[in-house]
Design a protein around this ligand. Structure first.
Ligand SMILES: O=P(O)(O)OC[C@H]1O[C@H](O[C@H]2O[C@H](CO)[C@@H](O)[C@H](O)[C@H]2O)[C@H](O)[C@@H](O)[C@@H]1O
Ligand SMILES: O=c1ccn([C@@H]2O[C@H](COP(=O)(O)OP(=O)(O)O)[C@@H](O)[C@H]2O)c(=O)[nH]1
Ligand SMILES: [Mg+2]
Length: 737
């Protein structure tokens, strides 16, 4: 039976060593807490780090560590101190984490860290491969493991691999500063499906892929030579029922059952019944805006002294990544801030901030969530922020107000909260007043909507949606695979070729026989290609036609020595074997002088683009332009041109990064069919890579062997991955004939 393999840096359980005994506690942080319930209910194994370094685990306890993990369907990856230093504290949390959260000034570019990051990613990938069986779904998580998808793909090309990024993906302008940006993107692109919490992160990723790797991006699909990668947003939810039930039980607790923390909270609310409790919970992390929050709270008390003794900020900061200097500095800063503000405002019976620096067991979190009146969550950047969702889920009587930073992924789904900009103290201060004074009815109205949404889109739904989408990618892949020229299909085609009496081969040039280059004039045929075409062209009963959008002079000069048939400019000109060029009827070029200046204005405004002058057509190339700007301008130009050329017998052809204006009566479909007139071919083969070749695929007789190069949508019967594969097929034809 197939299973799901989850891989994340950390396991959902943390193994600790206490007096030479192993203790298991749950891991902290959104990824582990969120995904745990999916893992628990499904048929999955989870591969990740146990939380102890190799050096920390005494030899006699090694087996125990494994066993403790195994009990929870987990596999512990062993990492040495050096690996944790370079991979986790190093590259993950001193390079990727700050960069992806827009803290560029904290971002380091340490080559040694990068090397260790690569080798540890390899270690995770190898662990996956040990457990992988055909049909399994592999789900890789987060920024610590960006290279794992491709490392698995290299060993298991057919594997079904999903990747989910739990943190923001920064804009291209930020991401491009990373020295290893190409490798990182290629690593992630090993996956079939890449998920983000929000559409913004998704579009930033797509933009980096198209700008840096120059892959073709269509909406949310990236076309690689051999595969299509889907990218989508799936906002992670929480185990709603778990939090709701815990809150319901919490209110049923008798006086004796109340926790120590709850008693303290009760005591304080009895002493100052009208004082509102404002809660914040986060890992101690500079992205969470904790220091800013305290300053904003100070700003609020300074400006509104009427709230002194009327509010209290209860702040839980969970220790995190404390080996990283920025986190140590932040810890000191927060200690000082809390001290200073408590010193400044405290009265005999009241302190404004209660500060806990520790992690708390689940029941205490529930105490906090249910006892407070307001949650104040002000991250500067946050992938999602599950605390915001957990707070809402525990408000079983539907009171309470959530103030949430617009920089948290969660803000996209939680519009009924009071959404603030974490850098705007004035706004935070006003939101606090609005929250304190909000009528209960309004609180309930807002929370009702939020609860309904969170209950529906729970973590279970999130995981299932992701898995369903992953499954669909594998079905798409199967559909494509069925049309790929496998060795079996290629044998069948060869057999037909061999037995045919009269054959014709239509071969597109650019993108089919040769790869694209920056400048069209650089894509000259190499000697191997010339020899191959020559050999094919000499075979008996075989007509070879190079059918191209190129101008006749270039094509003619490149194929001067070989008497192969040529069709240029999509059919404007034809050169029969050993003959001169002939012009097709119905073409003229008297429109050019009116159209060229219009295209020139687009060249001026779109760096990297240029005009290619052909005899009877004009082509505007935008391969070298910024990919997004290129597409926008191509659309614009296409519209302008269509307007301009209406009723002139012209049409605009949209090719691979090129727009071409030419006579309507001319296209490769018409041109190729003309060749068939009066002949009795029993083997027709046509191959091409781009939109303009679709005319051939559609208009040639149905039993033709039509082949698309690259995994794009097509009406061809078959496809091959790239120009290398095209040559393989042609070589086989040449051998037989
Ligand atoms: O493992 P740690 O280094 O201790 O860090 C804890 C986790 O922090 C990050 O959580 C993110 O995932 C959450 C759920 O998707 C999301 O709500 C939050 O905004 C993110 O910051 C990190 O991504 C995890 O890998 C860590 O385990
Ligand atoms: O003492 C604590 C404090 C918090 N959490 C959990 O840690 C997670 C924090 O996730 P969030 O997405 O808010 O932020 P992250 O830490 O992942 O960046 C939430 O599920 C909390 O319930 C916890 O397990 N113990
Ligand atoms: Mg082509």
């Amino acid at each position: 039976m197939s299973k799901t393999i989850i891989i994340s840096n950390r396991l959902p359980l943390q193994i600790n060593l206490e007096d030479n005994n192993l203790e298991v506690t749950p891991s902290v942080g959104g990824l582990a807490t969120g995904l745990k319930s999916f893992h628990k209910d499904g048929d999955s194994i989870w591969i990740g780090w146990s939380g102890l370094t190799e050096e920390e685990i005494p030899e006699n306890l090694l087996e125990d560590v494994k066993e403790k993990a195994r009990k929870e369907d987990c596999v512990a990856v062993n990492l040495s101190e050096e690996e944790i230093e370079g991979f986790y504290y190093g590259f993950s949390n001193r390079t990727i984490w700050p960069l992806f959260h827009y803290f560029m000034e904290y971002t380091e570019a340490d080559k040694d860290h990068w090397e260790i990051y690569k080798s540890v990613n390899k270690k995770y990938a190898e662990e996956v491969l040990k457990h992988y069986k055909e049909g399994d779904h592999i789900w890789v998580h987060d920024y610590q493991l960006l290279l794992v998808p491709n490392m698995i793909r290299e060993q298991q090309p057919e594997a079904i691999i999903g990747f989910f990024n739990h943190i923001p993906f920064p804009s291209y302008e930020v991401f491009r500063t990373l020295p290893w940006r190409d490798e990182v993107l290629k690593g992630v692109l090993g996956a079939d499906l890449i998920g983000f919490h929000t559409y913004d992160y998704e579009r930033h990723f797509l933009s980096s892929v198209s700008r840096i790797l120059r892959h073709q991006v269509n909406f949310n699909e990236i076309t690689l030579p051999e595969r299509i990668v889907k990218v989508d947003s799936f906002p992670m939810g929480i185990d709603y029922n778990k939090f709701e039930d815990a809150a319901l039980n919490h209110f049923k607790n008798t006086a004796e059952q109340r926790t120590e923390l709850q008693r303290r909270l009760d005591h304080h609310s009895n002493e100052t019944p009208e004082a509102k409790l404002i809660l914040s919970i986060d890992r101690l992390d500079y992205t969470k805006g904790i220091a800013n929050r305290i300053r904003a709270f100070e700003y609020f008390l300074d400006r509104h002294p009427e709230f002194i003794e009327k509010v209290r900020l209860v702040m839980l900061a969970v220790p995190s990544r404390s080996n990283v200097p920025q986190y140590q500095r932040l810890k000191r800063e927060i200690d000082e801030l809390v001290g200073r503000i408590n010193g400044k405002f405290s009265t005999v019976s009241w302190t404004p901030i209660w500060y806990f620096y520790r992690s708390m067991p689940f029941e205490n979190l529930i105490d906090l969530y249910t006892s407070c009146d307001i949650a104040l969550l002000t991250p500067i950047r946050d992938g999602m922020n599950l605390v915001a969702k957990e707070f809402i889920a525990t408000r079983v009587n539907q009171t309470g107000v959530l103030i949430l930073s617009e920089m948290a992924g969660a803000a996209h789904e939680m519009n009924e909260a009071l959404i603030i900009n974490p850098n705007n103290f004035e706004q935070i201060s006003e939101a606090l007043i609005q929250a304190i004074e909000m009528p209960e009815e309004e609180q309930k109205q807002r929370n009702k909507i939020l609860q309904k949404r969170l209950k529906r889109y729970s973590v279970e739904k999130w995981a299932n949606d992701f898995m369903k989408a992953l499954d669909e990618t594998s079905q798409d892949r199967d559909a494509f695979k069925a049309r790929r020229i496998s060795s079996k299909v290629s044998d069948e085609i060869l057999e037909k070729f061999k037995n045919a009496k009269n054959r014709i081969l239509f071969l597109d040039y650019d993108g089919t026989l040769v790869n694209f280059t920056d400048k069209p004039e650089k894509a000259k045929p190499d000697q191997e290609l010339i020899d191959l075409v020559h050999k094919l062209n000499q075979s008996e009963n075989t007509d070879v036609v190079l059918i191209s959008g190129r101008d006749k002079d270039t094509l003619g000069s490149w194929w001067q020595q070989i008497p192969v048939e040529l069709i240029s400019e999509h059919g404007v000109w034809m050169r029969q074997k050993n003959s001169e060029w002939e012009l097709s009827e119905n073409v003229n070029n008297d429109w050019m002088s009116a159209v060229r200046p219009v295209i020139e204005t687009f060249v001026d405004r779109t760096p990297g683009t240029f005009i290619e002058d052909k005899n009877y057509s004009l082509a505007w190339h935008y391969r070298k332009a910024d990919p997004e700007l290129g597409e926008i301008r191509a659309n614009e130009l296409s519209n302008v041109l269509k307007e301009l050329i209406s009723n002139r017998g012209l049409s605009v052809l949209e090719g691979n990064k090129v727009l071409e204006i030419k006579s309507s009566g001319v296209n490769k479909g018409k041109a190729s069919n003309k060749k068939l007139v009066g002949k009795d071919y029993d083997f027709i083969f046509a191959i091409g890579d781009d939109w303009t070749d679709e005319y051939m695929f559609e208009e040639l007789p149905e039993d033709s062997f039509t082949v698309k190069v690259g995994m794009k949508k097509t009406s061809a019967r078959y496809y091959v991955e790239d120009t290398l594969k095209v040559r393989d097929i042609l070589k086989k034809f040449a051998e037989i004939s």
